[in-house]
Design a protein around this ligand. Sequence first.
Ligand code: PMP
Length: 440
Amino acid sequence: KLATRLGVSRNTVVRAYAELESEGFIAGRMGSGRRVEALPPAPLLTRVNWNSQSSYNHLASSPSHMAELLSITDAYPDTINFAHGDGGKHTLSSSCFPDYVKAAAEKVQSYFFTAVHGLPLLREQLVEWMGMEQISSPEQVCVTSGSQEGLYLITSILAKPGDCIVTEMPTYFGSLQLFASLGIQIIPVPLDQDGMRMDVLEGILARSHPRFIYTVPTFHNPTGRTLSFVRRKQLLALSERYGIPIVEDDAYRHLHLDAEPPSPLNSMDQSGHVIYLNTFSKILFPGLRTGWIAGNQQFIQLITRLKELSISTNTLGQIALASFLKNGELAPHLATARNLYREQAQLMESQLAPLRSLGIQYEKAAGGLYFWIALPEELNPRELMHTCMKSGVSFTCGDMFLVREAEQPYIRLCYTHEGAERIEQGMSILTHVLRKQKEA
Ligand code: PMP
């Protein structure tokens, strides 16, 4: 009847009725007639489900390694910390940087905004410090809140959920967590003594089109290995042949214990394919939360547009850093730090060496901050870590640096966060627990 009255087909009325019913607009009981209500019955309370509301649907279920690691010092303030990757308190006490922070705090401009891509004076100083022909202008630099933010910005610009990227395996867990959280697939490439395996990479590039190659080519985290000069050339040639950008994360370049490492990929690059990423976290302090991206100016402009959404990096730290660099303080600071780190690495190694008889394997440290240690197969790194934590020592489990389970269990020990005395203490506790678990 309704269809005739409205002059439409019966099917249209049936479909409209079904739609109204599914949205709760139809009221009434069978037999007593049904009518269309003005509004669907209002629920008393609809709770927001924050997990399904989130557009990052992996976040709630993926492991939060970063948060776990960063909370160690709050949860266990006295722990002997071989987990965090930084220079620790003794580096702070041997540096004049705190004086620069005090001086910056007295400058009125420290309390106000600076440019989105960073304080001009700091960007000028960074261009000079990097000394690369390819980075000749401060407009090719964007200062970031640590290189982690830098990698976040780069990844967001270059890749979208479902895309893939290529990287060394194992690699820095913060990058793996970042890629996974953004829904980016990771194609792993193994390393050998000379760094990322170019034969494997070439095979991957020939059959898939990753958005970029993320690499820590110098004193790689966690293995400490360095991409040889020959492989650097091969990597650049592959990037050119397949038109794939390289993201070079160079956080550990200046922390060599012996010979200087080969030049950055960025300084060897003729094609403009390399995006360079670095940080003050390893050469000064992670609490500064200051890093930088350098590269093609057009790309830096895109990065800056995205960075603008969170305004800029803190001005106070940038002012302190700019004058620290301008006064030439970074090079002597690094020379002192390297001498200290060399002693600390030797000390830790002297306590690791006797453990070889238990089947543990590691490489001599050449630079960076870590020993990457293969444990005998029967040992479980998580069990080892929990027992060590109870006895006052923390370190990082190898599985955090991998996308799949390794054939062998690993742990990572940082030799720079603690001073000599606590390294000795911590290593005797670790040795004791390791021996006990091996015998059990
Ligand atoms: N890249 C690598 C290779 C790292 O090891 C780290 C810190 N562990 C970072 C980036 C992050 O550094 P930042 O503190 O500058 O965010």
